[in-house]
Design a protein around this ligand. Structure first.
Ligand code: ADP
Ligand code: MG
Length: 315
């Protein structure tokens, strides 16, 4: 199978055009894309390498789903509406079964996120997947990391630490199934929450490196600090049934790749955010408050300061 047959068969498919329309899509030297008047384009790139970011012996549809979801999560964090993505694939060989499975998983996730494949590049070499997502927000409405204010509430979506625990299970058993493994393979980009937060949140980030590190980006960019309540961290029943509470809290703070949103809100917006959570079935939890003292302090419910058990660097 030649390069062009491969592109036509696995990537130039109607199932991969379920998101925004394109004036010109795959097949010309460039795609031509129209964004609505009064909007700005949001663009983000991610490269995932076999061995480093995923296991090459995992089913190709899971690799595709995870890679696209991780990339689209960056659009969610900016409050953007997804529109298109480009896919740069480096493949060791053109294995039709692998490609069909990859294309199937990609289409499934693209439809869930409402995003269309606009183009890309295909080369031969060690497996690597590079995805460039594009979306839009009304001009000036993007969520950024630098607007958190002293007194703001700090909130997170979903539950934390599941993906890290799922990865541990998969590392010991590639066939691992169940809620935690699924949270690793199929993260849910919080797109509607991100869009709802426009004009409300003062700062927002998606959790790709663990709450502690990603909240740290907000604190640094906003020049402020945080006080977190350890017992407020949202932990799933599945996680708590798998590991000790202390281990679960450790995963929640430093595990990474949950692709949930961490955001800051003026206290006056907290009640409406919790009401939104009820209506939309996207759990939202208040975990702390922004303060003037730089850095992040984490508190036990008895008022003692929490010291990380594993000795990793929080901030
Ligand atoms: P050029 O050589 O002019 O850069 P290519 O031959 O690489 O163009 O690609 C031909 C068309 O196929 C382009 O529209 C390109 O965007 C698209 N394409 C190539 N690889 C992929 C891919 N992996 N996924 C989606 N579209 C692709
Ligand atoms: Mg060309």
């Amino acid at each position: 199978m030649g390069e062009f047959d491969l592109i036509k068969r696995y990537f130039d498919r109607p199932e991969l055009r379920a998101g925004q329309v394109m004036s010109i899509g795959i097949g010309d030297d460039c795609a031509m894309l129209d964004i609505p008047q009064g909007c700005q384009l949001a663009v983000s790139s991610d490269t995932l390498l076999a061995g480093a970011h995923f296991f090459s012996d995992m089913p190709a549809h899971q690799i595709a789903q995870r890679c696209l979801a991780a990339s689209v999560s960056d659009l969610a964090a900016m409050g953007a509406t997804p529109a298109w993505f480009n896919l740069c694939l480096t493949l060791p060989d053109a294995d039709p079964d692998w490609l069909a499975d990859f294309s199937q998983g990609l289409a499934c996730q693209a439809q869930a996120c409402g995003i269309s494949l606009a183009g890309g590049d295909t080369t031969k070499g060690p497996l690597s997947i590079s995805i460039h997502v594009m979306g839009w927000t009304p001009t000036g409405a993007a969520l950024t990391r630098n607007g958190a204010k002293i007194g703001d509430a700090i909130l997170v979506s979903g539950s934390l630490g599941d993906s890290a625990a799922g990865l541990r299970l998969i590392q010991t058993n590639r066939q691992a199934q169940g809620y935690l493994a699924e949270r690793y393979w199929q993260p849910t980009p919080r797109l509607s929450l991100g869009q709802w937060l426009r004009q409300k949140a003062t700062a927002c980030v998606d959790i790709s490196d663990g709450l502690a590190q990603d909240l740290g980006h907000i604190l640094k960019a906003s020049d402020c600090g945080a006080d977190l309540q350890l017992n407020q961290l949202p932990l799933s029943p599945a996680l708590l049934s798998q590991v000790s509470k202390a281990q679960a809290q450790d995963y929640a703070l430093s595990g990474g790749e949950d692709f949930e949103l961490c955001f800051t809100l003026p206290q006056t917006h907290v009640a409406s955010a919790l009401a939104y959570a009820q209506d939309s079935a996207v759990p939202i939890t208040k975990i702390g408050t922004i303060g003037s003292e730089l850095g992040c302090r984490i508190w036990h419910s008895d008022g003692a300061e929490y010291k990380p058990q594993s000795g990793y660097q929080h901030f």
